[in-house]
Design a protein around this ligand. Sequence first.
Ligand code: BTN
Length: 242
Amino acid sequence: MPISIIEFETIDSTNTYGLKHFDELEDKTVITALEQTKGRGRFDRVWVSGRFENIYMSFILKPSKLTRIANLTQYLCAAAAKVIETYGVSTQIKYPNDVLVDGKKICGILCESKLKTNAIQGVVLGIGVNLNTPQEVIDSIDRPATSLNLATGKHIDRYLFLNKLVEEFFSNYEKAIHEGFSAFEEDYLKRTEFLGKKIFIQQRDNSQKDECTALRLDKNGNLIVKTLSGKEKTILSGDLIL
Ligand code: BTN
């Protein structure tokens, strides 16, 4: 379980705070906020972070075995999907770490490494889950998005969700750190619907969209695709367009 949960009313970003104060924060500290003024997503995108009783949270993690860090985002993604499903909705995972409901994004994860003279000291693993975002705010997001209140027709208790997520995350955390992808492969794979399908990979500059077929995940959780020229390729970065 976490060492402590630190909650802010307003903060720029729980990830930014975690990186800035990394040295003084203990391993397994959880930082949360009711709202973020500069919520950040992957590829320098903005993460809509108003005071909507949503989850804006970052785990400060300093595991001694750092080789499997790449899988922590996928592990948190599967944990979040499981918790969302306890509200009676089904989820899909979009590689590497978005959770979707009805094909629309409900949860995103941003993992940032803390480096000291090129060595990784640990990570700040941030997660945002739309629990009670109003419809008009969802409509203003430039990509398909949803919120758990809209999917269930009910207001979601933020503290209950937060506690469930923290508990779920730490229930198998040590195993995920030591064993990597195989520790949670089944939970992850059963929610992926893109395997076998035609997809596009877009790099961070939003320029090129490369068409390919999603084949499988390898034993480390990396996506293997078949390119248009018939070659197999491992996708280590980029965004999937389904
Ligand atoms: C993405 O899908 O692009 C990742 C979104 C991550 C959002 C969370 S909210 C808590 C933490 N603080 C941030 O500024 N970002 C992450």
